[in-house]
Design a protein around this ligand. Structure first.
Ligand SMILES: [Zn+2]
Length: 262
């Protein structure tokens, strides 16, 4: 049954909501310690950008999932890039969105804490339209200019979780991103790798976690060779092999890392 709120109760509710709003804007302080605040601080910063494709039919469907969850639980991302180039933001960059899940890159875990997540509206089988790529490049320029995230530190979801994820797909135009200076990318006509070159050591140095070496190789080939590994009966990528040119490219990427690239 509906009952009108008494006037005094309404006032108390308004005051309570104002107090709550004020509390919400003040980060909690540790009661174990005496607060001696300093003005010399700023927000914690991400040091990585992680790109995804949504694997869904539309931006609206993806927005709904990113505001609620999928079969695995609640998920989100900082941004979504529509097929038409429209940009949506769902989470402020200073906060931790839930897009990366379990994974490692360059030896670091908890990558949700360390990254800005960008979902790209794509069904997983279609090319990425020009308007969408242009919008993504504008967004990346904006992010690196404001945050100082190194341009080489733009990676794919599958790079950090090669045994679980396959996005963005082999159709994603990493070469175009590289032309604009984003993401690690081999230099033109890399020199041949030496005979004693260890591609697994190079993969690890580039950033890949080798808990599942075959999956890491598949992620490398999807990302740098636009090559998709075959799947076994259980849907796992396996039985891959090094493709002609893989080792030369890895050797060049390793050298870029050693020279301080990214
Ligand atoms: Zn993803």
């Amino acid at each position: 049954m509906f009952r009108p709120v008494p006037r005094r109760g309404l006032l108390a509710a308004v005051v309570a909501s104002v107090v709550l709003a004020a509390c919400a804007s003040t980060p909690p302080r540790n009661p174990l310690a005496e607060w001696r605040g300093s003005p010399n601080h700023d927000v914690r910063r991400a040091r990585l950008v992680v790109l995804h494709h949504t694997d869904m039919e539309s931006a609206e469907a993806a927005l709904h999932t990113l505001q609620t969850g999928n079969s695995g639980g609640p998920v989100s991302a900082h941004y979504l890039v529509g097929r038409d180039g429209r940009l949506y933001q769902l989470v402020p960059e200073e906060l931790r969105a839930w897009h990366a899940g379990a994974g490692r890159w360059q030896g670091q875990g908890d990558l949700n804490s360390a990254s800005i997540g960008i979902e790209i509206d794509n069904d997983g089988q279609s090319p990425f339209p020009d308007a969408q790529v242009q919008a993504l490049l504008r967004l990346l320029e904006d992010i690196v200019a404001r945050t100082g995230i190194p341009r080489a530190q733009v990676i794919g979801h599958a790079d950090l979780a090669p045994s679980r994820k396959r996005d963005p797909s082999a159709l994603f135009p990493w070469a175009r991103l590289a032309e604009a200076g984003f993401g690690l990318w081999p230099r033109p006509a890399p020199a041949p790798a030496p005979d004693d070159f260890d591609p697994w050591r190079a993969l690890r140095l580039v950033g890949y976690d080798l808990a599942d070496p075959e999956a890491a190789r598949c992620a490398f080939q999807r990302r740098f060779r636009a090559h998709e590994c075959r799947l076994d009966e259980d849907g796992n990528a396996s039985w891959g092999e090094w493709l002609p040119g893989d080792l030369d490219i890895l050797h060049d990427l390793e050298r870029q890392r050693l020279e301080g690239g990214g």
